[in-house]
Design a protein around this ligand. Structure first.
Ligand SMILES: [Cu+2]
Length: 185
């Protein structure tokens, strides 16, 4: 795992949080980092004008409602995600392998004090950014939310993929905070 990927996770999370607190919850910007996210494999940021439906996701400690998703291949969905739990949670669309690779990065965020159990420490995020010298970076396939916060993702799904939505905050995936994305014709 490269340090740039770790930084991408850290700064992506802090940027997502900054966007959310300013009320601009759309994570629809293009993914310009090119740091190894498999865009074609998992889909891509969606065009808000092409959204076919909105799905509300509620995050609790440590599970999602709904528990799984039924999506048509190629469909563009607006996810409105709300954290109704008492801890920070993530809604991240990816393959199981990508989630697995993401978890050590989230662990590093926690070790650097960026990710606290119930809040995102932006001061620590800035310090980590300064010490590692990497620019801001957004992850369009995920949103990381403090308790009580909401966010949105517009996502276009691919035709074939084995995807799950998951929370990679340390300990959460392991206690069941993930669900299947069922893609159908
Ligand atoms: Cu979680």
């Amino acid at each position: 795992m490269s340090s740039s990927r770790i930084l991408g996770a850290v700064l992506g999370a802090s940027l997502s949080f900054a966007l959310l607190t300013s009320g601009l919850a759309l994570a629809a910007g293009s993914h310009g980092g090119g740091h190894g996210m498999h865009d074609m494999k998992i889909g891509k940021p969606g065009d808000p004008a092409k959204v076919s439906r909105t799905i509300e996701i509620t995050m609790y400690d440590n599970y999602y409602e709904p528990e799984s998703l039924d999506i048509k291949e190629g469909e563009t969905i607006r996810f409105v995600v709300r954290n109704a739990g008492e801890f920070v949670h993530e809604f991240n669309i990816a393959t199981a392998a990508m989630h697995e690779a993401h978890r050590p990065e989230m662990m590093m965020m926690m070790e650097h004090g960026v990710l606290e159990p119930d809040r995102i420490n932006l001061e620590a995020a800035k310090a980590m950014q300064a010490s590692m010298g990497h620019g801001m970076h957004n992850e369009a396939n995920s949103v990381l939310l403090e308790p009580g916060k909401s966010g949105e993702i517009v996502w276009t799904f691919p035709k074939h993929a084995d995807l799950e939505f998951a929370c990679n905050v340390p300990g959460h995936y392991e206690t069941g905070m993930h669900g299947k994305v069922k893609l159908s014709h």
